[in-house]
Design a protein around this ligand. Structure first.
Ligand code: ADP
Ligand code: MG
Length: 403
């Protein structure tokens, strides 16, 4: 495990913390504050230790000057103030020497949130390219650095990695919780271990499929992923979403050949049509016609996957079984979540849309662990480490945190 906050001397120090406050905002309102709530353990610990707290985060994609307008972290400062019931200062400036003076006159337990670090990307990508002077300036704002942005831990930016070159650094409580849970449940899973993968594009998931096949006993496929595998087996999948890349198809054939006993594919589907938006039909997988589009898995598939789930000890879910955003094609995703909920097994989900779909249907409590790291969760499962925390020292001989 990486050096943990509890092992760091932070008493009465000025601590720079990197959180992931990349929250969804609609009409000037934060519609899901999970990421802010997740940061509170670390903040409370630092407050208890009489620290001055300097918070860094990014928000949204900043590719051009106009993107700054809708991506200010000021809204998060206001939310944090409500949650903590104390003042949270906000600085519009990031690289301004005056900031040093402002922090110097803060008193213990004062908190300041700085503006979106990705604003530094205009025009010279100072944040994303891990600019050394920017990293050094951010480090000069405190005496210790805490990396607690798990969902940003697959990026080597100035505010995640560059800063660690200049300050004693450790991971915060939410990064520790994520790493502990993923290690405990998925890196050495209780077997039989079943992975359920759905979602849209197979190319985005090929590495994860290959990594999971090395670890799991069963891989149950759905969505666009399954479509591509069915295509590789020469099924007619009509106008369904699937890879068109010949090399990918060749790869999928090989994966199927080498993992015959592990991989399960849908037996039936709920389909739509490419020329009639109101058309929906139940079809067996070998009955699909040229204009039909597979949007969800059918009952026979659900039954088959259920029997494998119930024979497993650990299940990992990534992606959705169908286009769950459309109620006509949400049944497969909902049913599989219900089965997982009732299974009493170790059930873990990870991935951006996967977690959104769980929340969408209100199945949060079905899971032993819901990994909120999005791309970072998947990167960790594929590679077993994350570039955004690699530079933090390892801590030896520590007991495993119970999650
Ligand atoms: P994650 O973000 O958790 O890794 P994905 O993005 O891979 O998950 O999967 C979720 C997306 O996959 C959803 O937007 C859903 O609509 C889409 N999807 C699922 N099944 C299909 C399908 N049969 N055809 C097209 N899109 C699909
Ligand atoms: Mg996604």
């Amino acid at each position: 495990m990486k050096k943990r906050l509890e092992k760091m001397d932070v008493k009465e120090k000025t601590v720079v913390v990197r959180f992931d406050y990349n929250v969804p905002i609609v009409n000037n309102e934060i519609i899901d504050d999970t990421k802010i709530i997740t940061s509170l353990d670390t903040i409370h610990y630092l407050l208890k230790n009489n620290c001055k707290i300097v918070i860094l985060s990014h928000l949204g994609k900043i590719q051009k000057e106009e993107d700054k307008k809708n991506n200010s972290l000021a809204i998060v400062a206001a939310k944090l103030k409500n949650l903590l019931n104390q003042e949270v200062y906000f600085s519009h400036n990031l690289l301004d020497p005056e900031l040093l003076e402002r922090i110097k006159i803060m008193i213990p337990k004062d908190i300041i949130l700085l503006e979106n670090t990705r604003f530094l990307d205009i025009p010279n990508k100072l944040e994303s390219n891990c600019d050394i002077q920017t990293s050094s300036f951010l480090a000069s704002l405190g005496e210790v650095f805490v990396m607690d942005a798990f969902a940003s831990a697959h990026r080597a930016h100035a505010s995640t990695v560059g800063i660690t070159k200049f300050l004693p650094s450790c991971i915060g409580f939410s990064v520790e919780r994520e790493l502990s849970a993923l290690n405990k449940f998925l890196m050495s899973p209780k077997r039989p271990f079943t992975v359920i993968m759905g979602g849209a594009k197979v190319e985005d998931k090929l590495e994860l499929i290959e990594a999971m096949l090395l670890k799991c006993d069963h891989l149950l496929l759905a969505g666009g992923l399954a479509n591509s595998f069915l295509k590789a087996l020469n099924f007619n999948i009509g106008a369904s979403l699937a890879t068109k890349n010949a090399k990918t198809i060749e790869k999928l054939k090989n994966i199927l050949l080498n993992n015959r006993d592990k991989i399960s594919l849908p037996l039936d589907a709920i389909v739509g049509s490419s020329y009639d938006k109101t058309y929906t039909r139940y079809k067996k997988i070998n009955e699909i016609t040229d204009n039909e589009i597979i949007y969800d898995i059918g009952v026979k598939t659900i039954e088959k996957y259920k029997s494998i789930i119930l024979k497993s000890e650990t299940i990992f879910l990534n992606g959705t079984m169908g286009v769950y955003e459309d109620y006509r094609y949400s049944n497969g995703t909902k049913e599989i979540l219900q089965i997982l909920k009732e299974s009493q097994k170790i059930v873990v989900a990870g991935g951006g849309d996967s977690v959104s779909s769980v929340k969408h249907f209100g199945f949060n409590d079905a899971f032993t662990y819901l990994s909120c790291g999005g791309g970072a969760t998947l990167e960790y499962l594929i590679h077993g480490h994350l570039i955004g925390i690699d530079s933090i020292m390892e801590e030896e001989n520590i007991e495993i945190l119970d999650v």
